[in-house]
Design a protein around this ligand. Structure first.
Ligand code: PBG
Length: 329
């Protein structure tokens, strides 16, 4: 008698499907990226990221309250730095009264329980748009680490719960962890962008922060000397294990959808939470296709988020977080 197993039995009704479902999405899964600008009463849409905005600090307050009311409990802050404050060494990034430092305090003021994560990186502060300090045309590793550790400390001092270095210098986690410990910030977490690829999917983000590498002679035109080669898989494991050894509490794979094999590989070898960053280009692609009526926005969005979960993500940084959670409720 054939078939002995009829797999469709468990797919007959939604109740049945939900009974056997292996993965699900909840507000607990998300980190919400937020873009912040100087000024007052600003909520400006990012051209290449429809329905995503940059907020001035006064406008940020309402947004934070709304996120919390939706059950979204962690944010990842990025700042757009005025051109006149950019240099090669990130001096403004260490300003205790800088935009990031004020943003951290603003979030904690309106919502003390909100988990505040911060982007620790030079590029928004760099006049060259790079994540490292440039000397003689080279992105120098160790001097950049000294800077990054100080930047992480500055965010911790302003009240950040978790600092998130997104640069891909070697040894920056150890530098940051050591300084945080020395200064008594032993409870500040580090979420390391461990396997961050040199991806073309970051385009809209660089529009949002005006942080693209500049086109100048003797300056590298791309980030391939520090971000990972998309061709590599084994190397992602090496990078991630090294960051854990150096003291990372959470590791990250970035981008998301094209790199779900990496997410699974890493999930299987590490014993710390794995974050996945579904990046700006992934967001922009779906928005554009949906605008043309070529894809069902909500259905594709849910499928993508679920796929990232299924691949092994403990948490997902996504520009869709709010849309997803609204749809869930
Ligand atoms: C830079 C940084 C980038 C992103 C997060 N942090 C861009 C880059 O590396 O050039 C990209 C995020 C996104 O595309 O959504 N430190």
């Amino acid at each position: 008698m054939y078939p002995l197993r009829r797999n469709r039995r468990l797919r007959t009704t939604e109740a049945m499907r939900s009974l056997v479902r292996e993965n699900s999405i909840s507000p607990n899964d998300f980190i919400v990226p937020i873009f912040i600008v100087e000024g007052k009463s600003i909520k400006e849409e990012i051209a290449s990221m429809p329905n995503y905005y940059r907020y001035s600090l006064d406008m940020l307050k309402a947004e934070i309250k709304e996120l919390w009311s939706l059950g979204l409990k962690s944010v990842l802050l990025f700042v757009k730095v005025p051109e006149n404050l950019k240099d090669n060494a990130g001096k403004e990034a260490l300003n205790p009264e800088g935009l990031m430092q004020r943003a951290i305090k603003t979030v904690k003021d309106v919502c003390p329980e909100m988990i505040v994560m911060t982007d620790v990186a030079l590029d928004p502060y760099s006049k060259y748009g790079h994540d490292g300090i440039i000397q003689n045309g080279e992105i120098v590793n160790d001097p950049t680490n000294v800077f990054l550790a100080k930047m992480g400390l500055s965010h911790a001092q302003a009240g950040a719960d978790i600092v998130a270095p997104s640069d891909m210098m070697d040894g920056r986690i150890l530098a940051m962890r050591s300084l945080l410990e020395e200064e008594g910030y032993y409870n500040t977490g580090i979420m390391s962008y461990s396997a961050k690829y040199a991806s073309a999917f970051y385009g809209p983000f660089r529009d949002a922060l005006d942080s693209a590498p500049v086109d100048l002679q003797n300056i590298p035109k791309d980030k391939k000397s520090y971000q990972m080669d998309p061709a590599n898989r084994e190397e992602a494991i090496k990078e991630t294990l090294m960051d854990i050894d150096e003291g990372a509490d959470i590791v990250m794979v970035k981008p998301g959808l094209c790199y779900l094999d990496i997410v699974r590989d890493i999930r299987e070898v590490v014993d710390v939470p794995v974050a996945v960053y579904q990046v700006s280009g992934e967001y922009a692609m779906l928005k554009a296709a949906a605008e043309k009526g070529w894809l069902n926005h909500d259905a594709v969005m849910m499928e993508q988020i679920l796929s990232i979960k299924r691949a092994g993500a403990t948490m997902i940084a996504s520009y869709f977080a709010k849309d997803v959670v609204k749809l869930l409720s």
